[in-house]
Design a protein around this ligand. Structure first.
Ligand code: FAD
Length: 343
């Protein structure tokens, strides 16, 4: 478990497009950011749900894919050296006596800052659970919905279920270190990248993994320890595939998650904010992007970019209450150009 404590100017929860542009806007004003995201990569919905789809309504970019937009945003905010804490859920938020906030992640990372920016989009991406009776009793021990550390699976007899990129990628990545890998998918066709499917089929042909076209019918084991997974198919009927670990990859869904307990005013799972600073009902906590709501809100990336700029100007006053903020253009301010490392 990661256990570490750091202090910064601003903690951003969510590394989607809006969280990334917030790093840029805050960086222009000289503020340093730490960014937390439950996903193992930056980019939010653009990276997770539609990396290869074209977007046509980003100002000055007539067409850009979700993946390209995120690559550009990461490049744009790079001069400000944001610290990313990926694969971690922003779980607990406490107010310290100093007036600062302390965000604790589910991996035990503690980040202290005077300002919190919630850029959590539709909420955190959480795995879709397969409807298998009794699966809860095996969760955490024998059943895992994500691979946080590959080493945890060394020497294990794995059964990986699913037909998308995660199932195929983890089949390929874990095969060299696992004692055995069985991939189970209900069809012989896959949604995953064709290259990964080809590599998986080659491993199966070489006898290095087993591939079964089947559905999961149940789990076998005792006291939370799995001994096998019951499979069924129209051709072969039912049988038990021995394994000690089940990794189901059935896609992700979005849930508001721990943010619901941060004590912020909510309206149908969205955080209410003012439209001047995009601050929540709790001072020093801002909400920008898809997660917020206000009269006339449009859930568009460009709305989130605008909200990030206005939020940053108010955040500056909280971080530096004794300093005056001068409005400056990047085209003409040598101070901003130095921060951008272009002067
Ligand atoms: P998100 O992209 O949702 O990112 C939020 C991030 O916060 C996620 O990565 C999530 O894991 C993380 N998170 C949440 N809670 C926590 C927590 N507690 N701890 C850690 N991490 C957390 N918009 C357009 O403008 N133009 C388009 O053409 C367009 N096309 C779209 C097509 C599709 C198929 C979809 C699904 C959306 C489209 N959108 C489009 C909408 C656009 O993607 C969203 O408006 C945008 O992603 C919102 O950005 P965000 O940064 O606010 O949130």
């Amino acid at each position: 478990m990661t256990e570490q404590r750091v202090t910064t100017d601003v903690v951003i929860i969510g590394a989607g497009p809006v969280g990334l542009f917030a790093v840029f806007e805050l960086g222009l004003l000289g503020l340093k950011c730490h960014v937390v995201d439950i996903l193992d990569k930056a980019g939010g919905q653009c990276a997770e749900l539609y990396p290869e789809k074209p977007i046509y309504d980003i100002p000055a970019l007539p067409v850009v894919t979700g993946g390209e937009l995120i690559a550009r945003l990461l490049e744009q905010c790079k001069p400000f050296e944001p610290q990313f804490h990926l694969g971690q859920m922003g779980e607990k938020l406490e107010k310290l006596e100093s007036g600062n906030w302390l965000l604790t992640t589910d991996l035990g990372m503690e980040i202290e800052a005077p300002v919190i920016v919630v850029a959590a989009g539709g909420g955190s991406f959480v795995p879709k659970k397969p409807p298998i009776a009794g699966i809860d009793t095996y969760e955490g021990g024998s059943v895992h919905y994500a691979v946080r550390k590959m080493e945890d699976f060394r020497g294990k007899r794995l059964l990986i279920a699913g037909g998308g990129d995660s199932a195929l990628d983890w089949t390929l990545n874990l095969q060299p270190i696992a004692a055995s890998v069985t991939l189970v998918h209900r069809r012989a066709d896959f949604r995953a990248a064709p290259d990964s499917v080809e590599k998986m089929r080659a491993l199966a042909a070489a006898g290095k993994i087993a591939f079964r076209v089947a559905q999961i019918a149940g789990l076998e084991g005792e006291a939370g320890k799995l001994s096998g997974v019951k499979l069924k198919s129209p051709e072969q009927g039912e049988w038990v595939e021995p394994c000690d670990t089940l990794l189901p990859f059935y896609g992700l869904t979005m849930k508001l998650g721990p943010i619901a307990d941060f004590g912020l005013n909510l309206d149908e799972n969205h955080i209410t904010v003012d439209t001047q600073k995009f601050e929540t009902s709790v001072p020093r906590i801002f909400a920008i992007g898809d997660i917020n709501t206000y009269p006339g809100k449009l859930k568009l990336i460009l709305s989130g970019f605008h909200e990030a700029a206005l939020m940053a100007h108010q955040a500056f006053h909280y971080v530096h209450p004794d300093k005056k903020l001068r409005f400056q253009y990047t085209t003409s301010s040598s101070e901003l150009q130095q921060r951008l490392k272009v002067a």
